[in-house]
Design a protein around this ligand. Structure first.
Ligand SMILES: C[S@@+](CC[C@H](N)C(=O)[O-])C[C@H]1O[C@@H](n2cnc3c(N)ncnc32)[C@H](O)[C@@H]1O
Length: 323
């Protein structure tokens, strides 16, 4: 017998929007922020002075390029550089340029859920590094990684930058790390960025800029529901709200209904009621300390080989190997 979901939903987006908005409390996944408009908003976020994560990781990659490249090529010099959630590749290009200029034997396989961002990345790489072999793969991390893994051969260096892991609760992060670990061979490396705990105000400011770019980014999931699923959300009737708990290290983004309202989503044949001040939880941005990173790695049977950080140790890139 077919499940009702198979009858109802044509895409994962439809299914997730339906289940998230009929749940209590309501929630939507941050992976749905990214379409053409969301990609542009995230690039604007990366340029905001408050969003320190990009600059910190950029500096780490810039200050340690040669050492990181050597690490990638150690043992077996031929490798595939697979990047999960590559985005516009702004930081990765530091490494790519160095690898190419120094004749490393590699190809670049960026993965992203957003076809739009991959198109932009591919076009910019054609212009900036035309000799490089680039094989973009659209899909969620796992769909795409599994496809790439079935490709025989060379060593995999898996990049996961931007502290994207922070979008996952610890239990989900362990499952994610375990699944990556299972796809890794002995020689493969996992190069992953973690945003570390720091002054709570600095963290709160990063997700709560005064210009409203983060608010527009958060609300873009509603804009996508309007555009793609025939929704009638009035974005002005929702407030972007950020909280940070310095004990757990969890930053959470919400959309809060400013007034009681009903919203219809035609493609889902759904009418949703909001009470005044009711929330939709949209994103978590987890912050870490060394103990938690070590615990996550151990749980997933990954071994920390080394780490790179900025001077103030506010952001770290860990190099993990199969345990
Ligand atoms: C916060 S941005 C970071 C981009 C880049 N890694 C960086 O550090 O600048 C997250 C990127 O991951 C992609 N993304 C988010 N969730 C994803 C998922 N579940 N599967 C694949 N890509 C995803 C988004 O489209 C976006 O380009």
């Amino acid at each position: 017998m077919q499940k009702p979901t198979e009858l109802l939903f044509k895409t994962q987006f439809e299914e997730d929007v339906h289940s998230g908005l009929t749940d209590f409390p309501k929630h939507l996944s941050s992976k749905y922020f990214y379409d053409e408009k969301g990609d542009k908003l995230f690039q604007d976020i990366m340029h905001m002075p408050e969003y320190y994560l990009t600059q910190k990781e950029y500096d780490i990659l810039l200050n340690h390029t040669a050492k990181i490249a050597q690490l990638f090529a150690s043992g077996n010099p031929k490798f595939r550089l697979i990047e999960l959630g590559a985005g516009d590749g702004k930081k990765t290009k530091i490494l790519l340029k160095h690898l190419l200029e120094n004749n490393f034997d590699f190809k670049y396989q960026p993965i992203d859920i957003s076809q739009n961002v991959l198109n932009g990345l591919e076009a910019s790489l054609k212009r900036e590094l035309p000799q490089m072999t680039v094989e973009p793969q659209q899909g969620t991390y796992f769909e795409a990684l599994e496809k790439l893994n079935s490709e025989n051969g060379s060593k995999k260096i898996i990049l996961f930058l931007g502290s994207n892991i922070g979008n996952l609760l610890h239990e989900q992060a362990i499952d994610f790390l375990k699944s990556v670990q299972e796809l890794m061979q002995k020689d493969d490396l996992f190069f992953i960025g973690f945003d570390m705990k720091k002054n709570p105000q600095t963290i709160l400011d990063a997700y709560n800029d005064q210009t409203g770019i983060t608010a527009a980014f958060n609300k873009n999931v509603l804009a996508r529901i309007n555009k793609e699923l025939g929704g009638n959300f009035n974005l002005d009737k929702f407030l972007h709200w950020e909280v940070y708990d310095p004990e757990s290290g969890t930053a959470k983004s919400y959309l809060v209904a400013k007034e009681a309202q009903s919203v219809s989503i035609n493609k889902l044949n759904l009418l949703i009621d909001f009470d005044q001040w009711e929330t939709i939880h949209t994103e978590i941005s987890q912050k870490y300390d060394d103990k938690v990173v070590t615990w996550l790695a151990e749980k997933a049977n990954l071994k920390i080989e080394t780490e790179f950080s900025d001077v103030e140790k506010q952001y770290k890139n860990f190099v993990l190997r199969k345990g």
